[in-house]
Design a protein around this ligand. Structure first.
Ligand SMILES: [Zn+2]
Length: 478
């Protein structure tokens, strides 16, 4: 024991056939992307943690028969705007055990966590968000997720810039996991404001999750130019950078954006990225993304935009009408080759960018991203292998956050001692069922999902009345 400790070997109680665990998951194909384990094992759970992994039989008060099924770490979604009970139900059925809102974030970290504590099906977490903080400090019409007035279009004064930094700092002291930014939605923010916001994150070793300033095809407003801005901010301040939904920013230049990020990694910058497996984006029609010039920027026109409340494609007339009214649209702008390039690339994490359920035709990504990658891109298209796909949705997101929030050292893995957040699925059957026309359909082929050892999905169905989800939060320092 002493020798092992000195050598730095983690000590775990060895599995014993005499012990009775709270639950065992028997005979499944256990996949752990960190150790590379991909073999039939029995996993035992005690007190919400994985207590043993054995090739011999183990005994539990409850037994899950996982024969023929994959036993994987629960999926960690870095980017999910739908943070309500109904969204969590769809996410659990898509294999997600930890749902994080890190792009938009919140302006009140304390309140955000308090609202969900003890009431959540799955684990949850949030960033301190530059967008909502800017809406508060610069003043913006209330009620929306995104700014439409001064907070979108006006540069901050020197006093406001100080106030923005103070508010972001306060969010970190309250345990925000990261900093969120959406420069595309706040084009009034100067390049220097971006650097100032990165400086605060650097102080806490926290990653900045950025929706880039442009998602355009036309120089000088391309995704490449926008990526240069935040790579420079990361290099100049030392803050880790995470670029969200690389495909909707890069469009046909997605491979070039990924190559830039790969190059920056090779040269020592802490920068990562993510994608969702779809050829459409989604956002609010009243936001700055649809300021004049959007057709040329994104290479699309009215008919490529779908109104989420009804599913209708827009015209010049309905565009004007709905932009005044405000609401969510689905934007068919991403080439299939871009989606495939990102989904299959081993450095690009999977994250849904799921939307709150505001209408019958919301984007399907919040309900089905993970099963779509595993069913469509892994099994049907063979665009990537199972281990790589699971790594992109479990270990990599955990590693992105674990320096800032040590709770993630115990997630994204199937190892003795980690949290029993586990997703068990049939690799031959898993598939997304949510579509643009019928997006509120739960995924299929996910048999069991456990959060802290508690079943939230059993035999493919939601378990009612359980709330094992916990806050994932960085240390509080106020
Ligand atoms: Zn975004």
């Amino acid at each position: 024991m002493l020798v092992a400790s000195v050598l730095g070997v983690r000590q775990f109680p060895s599995a014993s056939a005499d012990e009775t665990y709270d639950a065992v998951i028997a005979n499944g194909r256990v996949v752990d992307p960190e150790s590379g384990l991909d073999s039939v094992r029995t996993v035992a759970i005690r007190d919400g943690k994985i207590a043993a992994i054995s090739s011999a039989p183990l005994t539990g008060t409850a037994t899950i028969d996982a024969r023929g099924l994959v036993v994987a770490p629960g999926f960690i979604d870095l980017h999910e705007h739908g943070q309500d009970p109904r969204n969590y139900q769809f996410q659990a059925r898509d294999g997600v055990t930890t749902s994080l809102e890190l792009e938009a974030g919140t302006d009140d970290v304390e309140k955000w966590y308090a609202l969900r504590e003890g009431k959540s099906l799955i684990n949850f977490g949030v960033s301190i968000g530059h967008i909502p903080v800017r809406m508060k400090v610069l003043g913006d019409p209330k009620g929306g997720l995104l700014p439409t007035g001064e907070a979108a279009h006006r540069p901050a004064t020197a006093e406001e810039l100080t106030k923005l930094s103070q508010e972001i700092d306060r969010g970190f002291r309250q345990g925000a996991l990261a900093e969120g930014m959406g420069v595309n939605y706040t084009p009034g923010a100067t390049h220097w404001e971006i650097v100032e916001m990165f400086k605060v994150a650097a102080k806490y070793g926290a990653s900045v999750h950025v929706h880039l300033r442009y998602g355009g095809l036309k120089e000088p407003n391309t995704g490449l130019a926008a990526l240069e801005e935040v790579l420079a901010a990361a290099a100049a301040t030392g803050a880790p950078l995470h670029v969200v939904h690389i495909t909707s920013m890069g469009l046909k230049y997605t491979p070039e954006l990924i190559a830039m990020i790969e190059g920056a990694q090779h040269h020592g910058l802490d920068v990562t990225t993510e994608c969702y497996p779809y050829t459409a984006g989604s956002t609010a029609l009243q936001s700055a993304i649809f300021d004049p010039g959007w057709q040329e920027n994104m290479g699309i026109t009215f008919k490529d935009i779908q109104w989420a409340a009804t599913g209708e494609r827009l015209t010049a007339d309905t565009f004007e009408k709905y932009r005044k009214q405000g609401g969510i649209v689905v934007i068919h702008s991403i080439p299939e080759e871009a989606a495939r390039a990102a989904v299959s690339n081993p450095i690009v994490m999977i994250a849904s960018d799921g939307m709150p359920i505001t209408g019958p035709k919301v984007h399907p990504r919040g309900q089905a991203t993970f099963s779509r990658v595993l069913g469509h891109y892994v099994r049907e298209e063979k665009a990537l292998d199972l281990m790589t796909a699971l790594r992109k949705m479990t270990l990599m997101p955990a590693q992105r956050l674990e320096k800032r929030a040590p709770v993630f050292k115990n997630k994204g893995r199937i190892q003795v001692g980690v949290d029993a957040d586990i997703t068990i699925f049939d690799p031959a059957r898993i598939i997304d069922k949510a579509t643009y026309d019928d997006p509120l359909q739960p995924s299929e082929g996910i048999s069991f999902v456990l959060v802290h050892g508690v079943l939230v999905v059993k035999d493919g169905q939601l378990v009612q009345g359980v709330f094992p989800g916990r806050a994932t939060r960085a240390p509080i320092s106020q």
